[in-house]
Design a protein around this ligand. Structure first.
Ligand SMILES: [Zn+2]
Length: 71
């Protein structure tokens, strides 16, 4: 057990990105690892207000297939 899940549930939400959890790159990387690639990280396109600490999000390409039309 570790605190990765807690970190996700406690993370602030990014409204422009559909309420996704706002994560550090290190945390996002950890989720990618623990899910063996089922989750994919991407940098928040709306993160310009935090230039020193980029915001990363996670998405599930299987669950969200066809939703955005772009990968
Ligand atoms: Zn975002």
């Amino acid at each position: 057990m570790d605190d990765t899940q807690d970190r996700y549930s406690e993370a602030p939400r990014c409204q422009p990105c559909d309420g996704r959890a706002m994560l550090s790159e290190a945390t996002a990387d950890r989720f990618v690892q623990v899910t063996e690639g089922r989750l994919v990280k991407f940098r928040c396109p709306d993160g310009a207000d935090s230039p020193n600490d980029a915001v990363w999000h996670l998405f599930n390409p299987t669950a969200e297939r066809g939703r955005s039309g772009r990968a």
